[in-house]
Design a protein. Structure first.
Length: 276
């Protein structure tokens, strides 16, 4: 573990999660220690039952540990009550889900703006922020599209924009490419990698796929509730792509596209195939 804590956004110390099932005790996490620096893209890798999803839940404050410490942005979240955890997540955290978790009766702008509703922001402001985030992930042409009118890759990019719109210190991603084909998975991974680089965004991703984990700066491998290896990957410069033109009616908005590859044509073909 890095002894210099000044740049750490996450510190996990001697973390245990023990479930009682009948007369048996299952150690989902069995004494886990590691730290994550601000701006790192980290992959937590393990097979089903390894404890990786339980660990993500601990980091996000969705479950309480049996023992140990979880320190995020200087706050001990293991001591917080449910109300405190809700406030903590609203303030610090964004989520990317495997199944997108988009509201089917809302368009892309409305879905991305939803987390801002809980912060009490005015509709005009939250929709402006949502449009800006959607443009940054390459969806300027799909602002008024509902989930059923978009491909899987486009829906996941809406999910990424929704995570970013709250300007979180940390994004937690649970198998974000699990419902996507291999080509679209690579596009989403390039996007997440570039977001981490260009925005100095901390991302913690859970995956069982070693190849996808290779996009991260750090790989934390977990087995039977224990961290068995931590590997630092060599950083490569993000893939540069042409920027999408900012619509003339909104010249003051920052709309730099963060996508690693231009994917509209491929995803439109996928969409048309789905609707055929």
């Amino acid at each position: 573990m890095n002894l210099d804590n000044s740049d750490n956004i996450i510190e996990v110390k001697n973390l245990y999660k023990i479930y009682t099932i009948g007369e048996n005790k299952v150690r989902a996490l069995n004494g886990v220690d590691f730290c994550i620096k601000r701006g790192e893209f980290v992959a937590v890798v393990g097979q089903s039952g390894s404890g990786k999803s339980t660990l993500l839940n601990m980091l996000a404050g969705l479950e309480k540990p049996t023992k140990g410490q979880v320190i995020i942005a200087g706050e001990h979240i293991e001591n917080k009550n449910e109300a405190g955890l809700v406030m903590f997540r609203q303030k610090h955290v964004g989520f990317i889900f495997q199944s997108y978790n988009l509201l089917q009766n809302m368009d892309a702008v409305e879905n991305v703006a939803m987390p801002l509703v809980f912060r009490g922001e005015d509709k005009e402001i939250r929709e402006m922020k949502a449009r800006r985030m959607l443009k940054q992930v390459g969806l300027a042409k799909y602002l008024d599209h509902r989930p059923g009118q978009m491909s899987g890759g486009q829906q996941q990019r809406v999910g990424i924009a929704r995570a970013l719109v709250v300007n979180p210190e940390i994004i937690f991603a649970d198998e974000p490419t699990g419902n996507l084909d291999s080509n679209t998975s690579l596009e989403v991974m390039h996007l997440m990698q570039n977001i981490s680089r260009k925005k100095n965004q901390t991302i913690v991703m859970v995956t069982h796929d070693d190849y996808l984990a290779g996009f991260a700066d750090k790989i934390i491998r977990i087995l039977d509730g224990k961290v068995i290896d931590i590997k630092i990957n060599e950083r490569k410069d993000p893939v540069e792509t042409p920027k999408e033109e900012t619509p003339k009616e909104e010249p003051k908005e920052e709309t730099e596209e963060i996508t690693a590859e231009k994917t509209d044509n491929a995803e439109t073909a996928e969409q048309e195939s789905t609707q055929a």
